[in-house]
Structures are given as C-alpha cells and as structure tokens.
Write a new protein. Structure first.
Length: 304
C-alpha cells in the first residue's frame, strides 16, 4: 500500500505525479509510445502507466530499440511482459540499420553498438509517426539528464537543445510541436534509484534476474566488471574470472558493467543502494565515460 489514510506517502506522491504526466500526454498527443528495454526504470514506468489507465489497456505501444547485443535474461523478460499484458511491441533494430548501410559498426575490443541506437530510435519514431515518446530517464542518473525537462522538445532531426527548453511552472506542460517534431516525456524525472527500488518492493514488481546477485563470468575493464558474453571481445592481456555480481542498470552488454554484490532480495538491494555514493550509470556504464559531456553530446544528436 502506498497511502496511509488521506496522507500521501513519498512514493505515492511520485506515483501520482507520473500518473498525471501519462494522462496529460494521452489527452494531448495523437501517437505516443513508451520506450521499453526490460530495464528496471522502463519496467516501473510501464507498471505506473498500466495503473494510470486501469481498467482500460494502456493506450499506446511499447518500443524496444534493439542493439542485438542484449542480455538473454532481459529479452526473455521483455517477451514475457508482452505476452502477459497483451501490449503491442514495436522493435527498432540496430542490425537493420547496419545491414542497410545507415550506420557503420565498430569492431575490436571496446566496440559497442550503443551509440548506433540513436539512428534506430529516430527511424522507429519516424516510421511509426510517434509524436510523444516516454522514456525512463531520471534526473539523478547523470548531469545532462538533470538538465532536462519532463516534456523535452525534439526538432525534426530528433535533436535536443538544452538552451531552448520550455518552462514547466506549476507542472504545466507544453507539448506543442510541428509535423516531424516530437516530444520526449520523462514521467520518472523526479524519482531516484532508491525510490525506484522502494517502489518495486512496495508494488511487488518482478524484474529480470540479473538485477539480483548471481555467479557470472566477468572481464575487468576500465575500472568496471563487464559480463563475458559473445559480444565482448577480449583485449590483449585481459582475463576472465567468475564473481558474484548483480546489475544496477541494463543496456547493451558491451558497455554495461556489473557490481560485486550479495543482494539476493529486493530488501537487500535497497540496503545496498541506500549506502552507495555513486549513481548506477556513473559506476557501471562505459558509454558515459567517453568524455565529460558524453551524454549531453549524444542527447543533442537524438539519444534517449
């Protein structure tokens, strides 16, 4: 339960704000879509969306921007959610863009398809005429995301201009846009990683198993532990060993690190998160270490 009498709890207030955002978009946009990777934030976002429109079905599809280099547990979870809820899933594949020559794949140790997702995301939006795109980004994740509004205007090229954002006084949102433009919408902007996990516990939300401690082969690289998968090519001198780990965030397997952990339950994960001083992206995402402005540069190009 998220409420006590007539007094909203912290989580209930966050949920109510997110519900309001979902309903605002549904009332004003013609073709919204929710980005869904199977990661914890997109899972919570979809859970809140279902509550916002219950008992009616969610009035928009899910879209997964698929790098092809995913964790098996996450793809299995994604497919189970789709089967269970009956929601329509749109998949925009990076492999299709590679095959069509729209992007060029990197090779060798350290190669990743993560940055190629921008092309696939924008193509998926364009081909389906989506005019509002829900994303699970939170402001506490990374400094570029901390700058972004709940309603984030994107031009006809999908680009974001941090100097030309619209005011959101009194939680009033401006979704106006011309043909070819769209709005990115972030219902979880004001949530923190700890909020997400406390909400998962309160709502008893199932997650992919890799969010909890398990034994896995890992490769130490750049101060992180990358899971050894068919997509991670070893550099000279790198070795593989087995550790007990869990993932704090889920993305492309080539750039998403894991952390040493004994947390087997939601409650144990909450204790870990409450004690940490590093954000999940700052600690475990190689793609955020490209440069000081790496995330902001990608967002200007149309990234999530």
């Amino acid at each position: 339960m998220l409420t006590t009498g007539y007094e909203l709890t912290h989580l209930a207030a966050l949920e109510a704000e997110s519900v309001h955002i979902f309903r605002e978009v549904a009332a004003t946009a013609q073709r919204p879509v929710l980005l869904f990777s199977g990661g914890k934030d997109s899972v919570v976002m979809f859970h809140v969306a279902r509550k916002a429109f219950w008992p009616a079905p969610v009035p928009f599809p899910l879209m997964h921007v698929d790098t092809g280099h995913n964790f098996d547990e996450v793809i299995d979870y994604r497919d189970r959610v789709v089967d269970k809820t009956g929601v329509r899933l749109v998949v925009s594949s990076v492999q299709d863009d590679i095959d069509a020559g729209r992007v060029v794949e990197q090779t060798g140790p350290g190669a990743s398809r993560n940055r190629l997702q921008t092309t696939s995301l924008l193509r998926g939006i364009r081909e389906n005429n989506f005019d509002a795109v829900f994303g699970g980004a939170r402001r506490d994740e990374e400094k570029a995301r901390a700058k972004e509004r709940v309603f984030s205007f994107r031009d006809e090229f999908g680009a974001w201009d941090p100097r030309a954002q619209r005011p959101e006084l009194w939680n009033l949102y401006n979704g106006r846009h011309n043909k070819g433009e769209h709005i990115r919408v972030f219902p979880l902007s004001n949530w923190t990683e700890l909020d997400i996990w406390q909400y998962i516990a309160a709502e008893e939300i199932e997650l992919p198993s890799i969010y909890y401690a398990h034994r896995r082969e890992v490769v130490p690289r750049d101060g992180m532990l990358l899971a050894k998968t068919p997509y991670v090519e070893l550099a000279p001198g790198e070795t593989v060993h087995t550790e007990q780990v869990r993932f704090r965030t889920v993305g492309d397997a080539t750039c998403t690190g894991c952390v040493l952990s004994d947390a087997l339950t939601v409650e144990q994960v909450i204790d870990e998160v409450a004690a940490t001083r590093l954000t999940e992206r700052g600690a475990t995402r190689a793609d955020d270490r490209i440069s000081e402005s790496g995330m902001e540069d990608r967002k200007k190009e149309g990234y999530f």
